[in-house]
Design a protein around this ligand. Structure first.
Ligand SMILES: NC(=O)c1ccc[n+]([C@@H]2O[C@H](COP(=O)([O-])OP(=O)(O)OC[C@H]3O[C@@H](n4cnc5c(N)ncnc54)[C@H](O)[C@@H]3O)[C@@H](O)[C@H]2O)c1
Length: 331
């Protein structure tokens, strides 16, 4: 049984709280927010003590792990301090994405977890859906043959503005994580961006990627569309076939190269995922399960290291656009 606390009680911190409260492997022991009203409201709702600083939280409560669900610039600028404080206190950390909007700090966070021998997870929740696991199984079984191509689209409507790179830094940890989930590490990238009229951030992006295993692929991303029509689509093609994973978990189709018979898996009305919120439930429960079982930090799925890997791709894409160059991705 894990004793956990949540640091940052906005909408997403409260989503984490709901999953911990429902888990039989974790106990929500405390909440912490520097905004007293938010901390007190959550404390009353969940029947746990409130703290207004991480220092007070870790001094006063026996904990195994924390969720860091702060936000900040580009939705990740406030993660660094509470994550580092939690590691210093010897706690495992599940951090919201992006791991950080500052690549130097993201590297320090991953290094600190390794130095302390602690588990570090990032809430890359989009991959925690049964059809993604099935598609991966098809790849492992050789149903696609040798992988060759990947195409990924992720687009939502987000009118918020903060910096030129808000869209790619805040949203595309998710899309790039899905691409890495299927095709592994990325070697080189080349990117173009544009802004919709009146926007401060580069709200549209095209990234061309070359993977270490030789797969080539493409990411199309946008903050200028309506996700109710389609949130994301991932297509992977190999020498023996391809799959299309449509809208995260709605429909998965296998198109074998040498047959006209397709395999289609639809999200079932009976027992399928109930909505996007279920991706949080799946991801956080997997984190609880792995930490509770004491798996080695290197085996944590969607780890801090993987959260860092996608930010490295993002920073390489930004460098590519600024310099008109093809950029290597640090490994
Ligand atoms: N995984 C997903 O699909 C998904 C979806 C949406 C948002 N997110 C992420 O969730 C995170 C939180 O989003 P939100 O909308 O709930 O943010 P929010 O701004 O509403 O809440 C963050 C809270 O953290 C608190 N905080 C900041 N620094 C703190 C510190 N050092 N100690 C204690 N409290 C601190 C703030 O006071 C605030 O109440 C963001 O990183 C965002 O990118 C993830």
């Amino acid at each position: 049984m894990l004793n956990v606390a949540i640091i940052g009680l906005g909408g997403i911190g409260n989503t984490h709280a709901g999953v911990y409260k429902a888990s039989d492997k974790a106990t929500l022991a405390a909440v912490c927010d520097m905004d007293k009203a938010r901390a007190d409201k959550a404390a009353a709702q969940y029947g746990v003590p409130a703290f207004y600083s991480v220092a007070d939280l870790v001094k006063n409560v026996e904990l195994d792990a924390v969720s860091v669900t702060t936000a900040g610039p580009e939705n990740g600028g406030h993660h660094f301090d509470p994550v580092m404080e939690a590691f210093e206190a010897g706690l495992h950390v599940l951090c919201e994405k992006p791991i950080s909007n500052d690549i130097v700090k993201a590297r320090q966070m991953v290094a600190k977890a390794a130095e302390k021998g602690l588990s570090f997870g990032v809430n890359l929740n989009h991959r925690f859906v049964p059809p993604a696991a099935k598609a991966k199984e098809w790849m492992d079984e050789g149903k696609l043959g040798d992988p060759l191509l990947i195409n990924m689209t992720m687009w939502i409507g987000n009118p918020n503005e903060s910096s030129p790179w808000f869209h790619i830094r805040a949203l595309h940890p998710h899309s790039l994580d899905i691409m890495r989930f299927f095709c592994g590490d990325v070697k080189r990238v080349h990117a173009f961006f544009n802004r919709a009229p009146g926007r401060v951030c580069y709200s549209n992006v095209q990234v061309n990627l070359e993977f270490v295993n030789g797969v080539v692929g493409h990411l199309t991303g946008s903050y200028d569309t309506n996700p109710r029509h389609n949130l994301e689509r991932c297509e992977v093609m190999g020498t023996e076939g391809r799959f299309v994973l449509d809208n995260l978990y709605e429909e998965l189709t296998l198109y074998p190269r040498r047959s006209d018979e397709l395999t289609v898996i639809r999200n079932s009305i009976m027992g399928g995922l109930s909505g996007f919120g279920a991706t949080f439930t799946n991801r956080i429960n997997r984190w609880i399960e792995q930490v509770d079982a004491g798996v080695a930090p290197d085996e944590i799925e969607a780890s801090g290291k993987e959260g860092l890997a996608v930010q490295e791709i993002i920073e390489a894409a930004i460098r590519s656009y600024e310099g008109g160059s093809v950029e290597s991705v640090p490994s």
